[in-house]
Design a protein around this ligand. Structure first.
Ligand SMILES: [Zn+2]
Length: 429
């Protein structure tokens, strides 16, 4: 018994599983309670006890540190290893882990080229419904990507050494001599050999017009609190699963944590005129308005916990360059009131139709006064990033039917289109 008592932690651990809770919490047993079990422990050698302590205190920490390191959280992994008890500090597995995470952390290199930014719309789940010959078919064929294509694109990007980063890694804040804060171009630090990439998804609103065309209906939380899609097939059967970019990419990163730099996933660009994330939070007549707002808040919170960020895509998906200053002001305020109030503030503005404004201009000042600092247009052919004192521009490349069918060579650095293109696509008209 003597040896057991010295190893008080193991003793308590064993005892806890045998004694009623009251005995451990110090409460006197009430009359009628079963008497505390008599704990009879076998004798252990010092080595066996040490092995038990290692199993209990070292192995889980090593496992946690390894999981952190897989996603490039090296500082956190090293911090985790400091919780290993002193007596195991020379354990070969511990010293090896410490050395390898330190080396990996110090092996990041600046990426010197402009960073690519790719974007998608909601994915086509049922190609028979999307490409059914109706008036929407050609639009989907141009601007959308199918679920199978998106999965193949992820495999291609991963094989080609791309790694998702946070758009905010493109610049850093610097305090100038007069004390004002200015933005300066930053070369994102990435593991050697990796190519940083920003990803976004436009119009994550699940518009009414898509309902009968083979797309998911919304983003929702499943019973475990994970973000999934509701999908309703042609016969009206409902299923909850991975039917759009968010849960498909979440699953891919779960399987390949080294595809995401410190958990970065992507930007979800929202409009507001049909609510957000598939919920009609814009509609005063919606009988479940308050509940839907609550749902959007909850889904958004979980998305942010899992590496996603939000961007403003205009309230009414208007032509930002063509509308008046006052219209833009009203549109942006309304987005912040109706959408930003649910998903949180953002400093990223993703232009509807990819139509950029002048730099500088009154409209730029207006958007900056609303908190926006990152402005994203569309330019498929090559990466473009420009960091000025007070804002950042980055253009984006659409990996959709239009790009893949008409200029596959423009994205050959990203993917091999012949391995991706869905054979069920009709000809572009
Ligand atoms: Zn859009």
């Amino acid at each position: 018994m003597n040896k057991i008592i010295r190893n008080s932690r193991t003793f308590l651990f064993l005892a806890a599983s045998l004694l009623p809770a009251a005995a451990l919490s110090g409460c006197a047993p009430k009359a009628g309670d079963a008497p505390a079990a008599v704990v009879v422990q076998p004798e252990y050698t010092e080595e066996e006890l040490a092995a038990m302590r290692r199993e209990e205190t070292v192995v889980p920490v090593l496992e946690e540190a390894a999981a952190l390191a897989e996603g490039y959280y090296y500082d956190e992994a090293l911090e985790c290893l400091t919780h290993i008890p002193e007596e195991f500090s020379e354990d070969p597995e511990v010293t090896q882990a410490t050395a390898s995470y330190t080396e990996a952390r110090n092996a990041f290199v600046p990426y010197e080229q402009p960073v690519r930014h790719i974007f998608f719309h909601s994915l086509i789940v049922d190609t028979d419904l999307a490409f059914d010959g109706d008036y929407m078919e050609n639009g989907y064929n141009y601007w959308m990507t199918t679920v199978d294509e998106f999965k193949a694109i992820l495999e291609e990007l991963y094989a080609n050494q791309y790694i998702l980063i946070d758009i905010h890694d493109l610049c850093e804040e610097q305090t100038s001599e007069d004390g004002s804060v200015v933005l300066a171009s930053a070369q994102p630090m990435v593991p050697e050999g990796k190519i940083p990439l920003v990803l976004s998804v436009d119009d994550v609103n699940y518009y009414d017009y898509m309902k009968t065309d083979g797309f998911a209906r919304n983003l929702m939380l499943d019973e475990e609190g994970n973000v999934k899609n509701l999908y309703i097939d042609e016969e009206g059967n409902e299923s909850i699963g991975d039917y759009d970019v968010v849960p498909i990419l979440d699953a891919f990163v779960e399987e390949h944590p080294d595809f995401s730099l410190r958990g970065a996933k992507g930007l979800l660009a929202l409009t507001g005129y049909e609510g957000a994330l598939g919920y009609r939070t814009n509609d005063g007549e919606n009988p479940s308005l308050e509940q839907d707002k609550e749902t959007v808040r909850a889904v958004a919170a979980r998305l942010k916990e899992t590496g996603w960020q939000f961007a403003c895509h205009g309230y009414g998906h208007k032509h930002t360059a063509q509308i008046s200053y006052d219209t833009l002001a009203a549109d942006t305020s309304r987005w912040r009131e109706e959408v930003g109030s649910l998903v949180g503030d953002t400093d990223v503005y993703i232009y509807p139709y990819g139509e950029e404004i002048e730099y500088p201009s009154d409209k730029l000042s207006l958007l900056q006064s609303q908190g926006f600092r990152y402005f994203c247009g569309v330019w498929s052919t090559q990466a473009f990033v420009s960091v000025k004192d007070t804002y950042v521009r980055q253009t984006r490349c659409n990996l959709d039917g239009f790009t893949m069918k008409t200029r596959p060579e423009a994205v050959a650095d990203l993917i091999d289109v012949s391995k991706v293109l869905d054979p069920s696509r009709p000809e572009l008209k």
